[in-house]
Design a protein around this ligand. Structure first.
Ligand code: UTP
Length: 300
């Protein structure tokens, strides 16, 4: 473990939400893709809940134009709350209040143009300051596996063990590796391992592994000075993976093969699959939904 990057608590998380969501048009023409609903709450709320469970105290949203509704979602809704109170809908009101972040626990900054994920993270530099922080790509939402903890908690645990920078990874079909950021494995400790290489969208057949960078990170603040250079990579975008490759020259990176599963709600099929999987995980929803699903699936 390098001394300068030894484990410090992870208090803040960045949620980049400034992308255009072109893969799920027309749904995202006027509704941010992070506000599309999986079961009964916006995709983004699932990611915020995962961060909260992992001990995050401050939630930093990097938004863009037409995303103001995100800010409203994490604020009080006076008229609604008052109406629920007057109608005696105590359970609904209590649920809303339990979800509300504490006063001062959210920050919103804007990425003026969607120049890439690396650029979006860089936009949070002043709010994060000089401490390690988490990044959650909110369109990737996760369910726990056999362990009770979700992906970010497992990353935070790995950071407590190894220090430095942490990336959650999961397996993809080898033929699909060219579509993702890929890591290669150095010294292997079991679920965690040293990362000794990364590449964003490798040419077909050249990927060093089938372990994909899957949307949860713990990063050291030195990443900001690298991202500031604004170097463009795959797709002409300022890529976070390229920034991490540069940081890996001076700081350790470890991967976590996390116990759980990720659903990419930024694609149409992934979004539909997420709704089914998250409904299955809800004892209050699943029995009724299963009955409906049986009727439909029986007709396939
Ligand atoms: P994606 O590449 O999945 O988002 O980025 P996108 O650009 O909205 O997707 P498509 O391809 O057009 O459908 C992952 C996350 O990073 C954010 C997105 O909002 C998403 O949550 N992002 C991406 C930004 O905040 N800014 C960017 O410039 C790019």
């Amino acid at each position: 473990m390098s001394k300068s990057t030894a484990s410090r608590p992870i208090r803040k998380a960045v949620f980049p939400v400034a992308g255009l969501g072109t893969r799920v048009l027309p749904a995202t023409k006027s509704v941010p893709k992070e506000m599309l609903t999986v079961v009964d709450r916006p995709v983004l709320q699932h990611a915020v809940e995962e961060a909260r469970e992992a001990g995050i105290e401050h939630f930093v949203f990097v938004t863009g134009r037409n995303k103001a509704v995100i800010e409203d979602h994490f604020d009080m809704a006076y008229e609604l709350e008052d109406t629920l109170k007057r109608r005696g809908k105590t359970k609904e009101l209590e649920a809303l209040m339990a979800d509300l972040p504490a006063a001062g626990a959210t920050s919103f900054t804007r990425q003026q143009a969607p120049l890439g994920l690396g650029h979006a993270i860089w936009c949070a530099r002043d709010i994060i300051g000089d401490e390690p922080f988490a990044v959650l790509l909110p369109d990737m939402i996760t369910l726990p596996g056999k362990t009770a903890t979700r992906c970010l908690q497992q990353c935070v645990d790995a950071h407590a063990r190894h220090g430095g920078n942490i990336i959650a990874v999961e397996e993809c079909a080898p033929d699909d590796a060219h579509m993702y950021g890929i890591v290669s494995v150095g010294k292997d400790y079991g679920p965690t391992f040293e990362i000794n290489g990364m590449i964003e969208k490798p040419a077909k057949g050249t990927a060093p592994s089938n372990l994909i960078i899957s949307g949860r990170y713990v990063l050291q603040p030195e990443i900001f000075a690298i991202l500031e250079k604004g170097e463009k990579g795959a797709g002409g975008e300022i890529q976070l993976t390229d920034g991490m490759i540069a940081l890996a020259k001076t700081q350790p990176f470890h991967g976590v093969r996390f116990d759980g599963k990720t659903y990419d709600t930024g694609s149409k099929v992934g979004f539909l699959a997420a709704n089914v999987a998250f409904a299955m995980s809800r004892p209050d929803i699943w029995p009724g939904f299963r009955a409906e699903l049986r009727k439909i699936v029986g007709k396939i």
